[in-house]
Design a protein around this ligand. Structure first.
Ligand code: SAM
Length: 233
C-alpha cells in the first residue's frame, strides 16, 4: 500500500502541498490555536503528535507559557524541520523532541505519562480504521483528567451523495488553484489508499467508551474536520 513519503519529496515540499491537500489548513490551525488559548493555556504538560515541520510549536510555546512540550515525530526529515522552526524561539528549551510514533513512545519513554493538552493534527487519517481506533484510545489514555485533546483529520460526510458533492467541490477547488490535472487526480485517488476517513461516529464511540463528553467540532473545510475533545475532570 502506498503511503506519504515524509522522508522524501513529499516531506520536503509539505508546507506548499498541504495547502492543496488540506482545504483551509491555515484556518484550521488558527482555530486550533485559539482553542488552546481559551481552554488549555495553563497546561503544564503538552504532547504534540505528528507536528510535521512544526509550524505550530512556537504558537504552542507562546500560548502555554508554563508548559513543557513533548513532541513525537517519527520522520527524521520532519523532526529536523521542527528543530529549525524552534531554533530561535526563547522557549525551545521547554521542548523535548522524540523520533517516535505515538505507539513507540507509549511503550518506552512515555509509558504511563499523562498530559494536560494533547494535540494531534492530520495524523489519524494516515491510518486505517482499526488502527485509528487504537490511536484514538491511546490519545485519550495519555490525556490527564480534565485535560483537552485537539484533533483534526480527513473525515468524509456520512451519506454518500453529500460526500460525492463535497468531492466535486474539492476537485474544482484544486483546478481553480491551478494544480496540474495529474496532481488533482493523484490527490483524489489517495482516498482509501493513502488517506482514510475518520468517521465522526468512530471518534464519538471511543470518547464515550473512555467516559468523555462528545467531541465539539470547531471547524470543517470540505472533508477536513477539527474537534476539541475534553476529558472529564
Ligand atoms: C500529514 S502530516 C501533519 C503535519 C501537521 N500536524 C499538520 O497538521 O500539518 C502527518 C505527520 O504525522 C507523522 N506521523 C505519521 N504517523 C505517526 C504516528 N503514528 N505517530 C506520530 N506521528 C506520526 C508524519 O511523519 C507526519 O509528519
Amino acid at each position: 500500500m502506498p503511503s506519504l513519503d515524509f522522508e522524501g519529496d513529499y516531506g520536503r515540499t509539505y508546507r506548499q502541498s498541504v495547502q492543496n491537500s488540506i482545504p483551509g489548513h491555515d484556518v484550521l490551525h488558527e482555530i486550533a490555536r485559539a482553542a488552546i488559548q481559551t481552554t488549555a493555556s495553563d497546561a503544564q504538560q503538552v504532547l504534540v503528535v505528528g507536528p510535521g515541520p512544526g509550524d505550530d510549536l512556537p504558537h504552542l510555546l507562546n500560548a502555554c507559557t508554563d508548559a513543557a512540550l513533548t513532541v513525537l515525530e517519527p520522520s527524521a526529515l520532519m523532526l529536523e524541520q521542527c528543530c529549525q522552526t524552534l531554533a530561535d524561539h526563547p522557549g525551545s528549551d521547554r521542548c523535548r523532541l522524540l523520533q517516535h510514533t505515538l505507539n513507540e513512545a507509549l511503550e518506552s519513554e512515555l509509558k504511563g505519562a499523562r498530559f494536560d493538552l494533547v494535540v494531534c493534527h492530520n495524523v489519524l487519517h494516515l491510518l486505517q480504521s482499526d488502527e485509528q481506533i487504537v490511536m484514538l484510545q491511546q490519545l485519550t489514555q495519555c490525556t490527564a483528567d480534565g485535560g483537552a485533546l485537539l484533533l483534526s483529520s480527513y473525515s468524509e460526510a456520512e451519506d454518500p451523495e453529500s460526500q460525492r458533492q463535497v468531492f466535486n467541490v474539492g476537485r474544482q477547488r484544486l483546478i481553480d488553484r491551478g494544480v496540474p490535472p495529474e496532481k488533482v487526480e493523484a490527490i483524489m485517488e489517495s482516498r482509501n489508499t493513502v488517506v482514510f476517513s475518520l468517521d465522526p461516529s468512530r471518534l464519538s464511540a471511543v470518547l464515550e467508551q473512555a467516559g468523555w463528553r462528545s467531541p465539539l467540532q470547531l471547524y470543517q473545510g470540505l472533508f477536513i474536520r477539527l474537534w476539541l475533545c475534553q476529558a472529564e475532570a
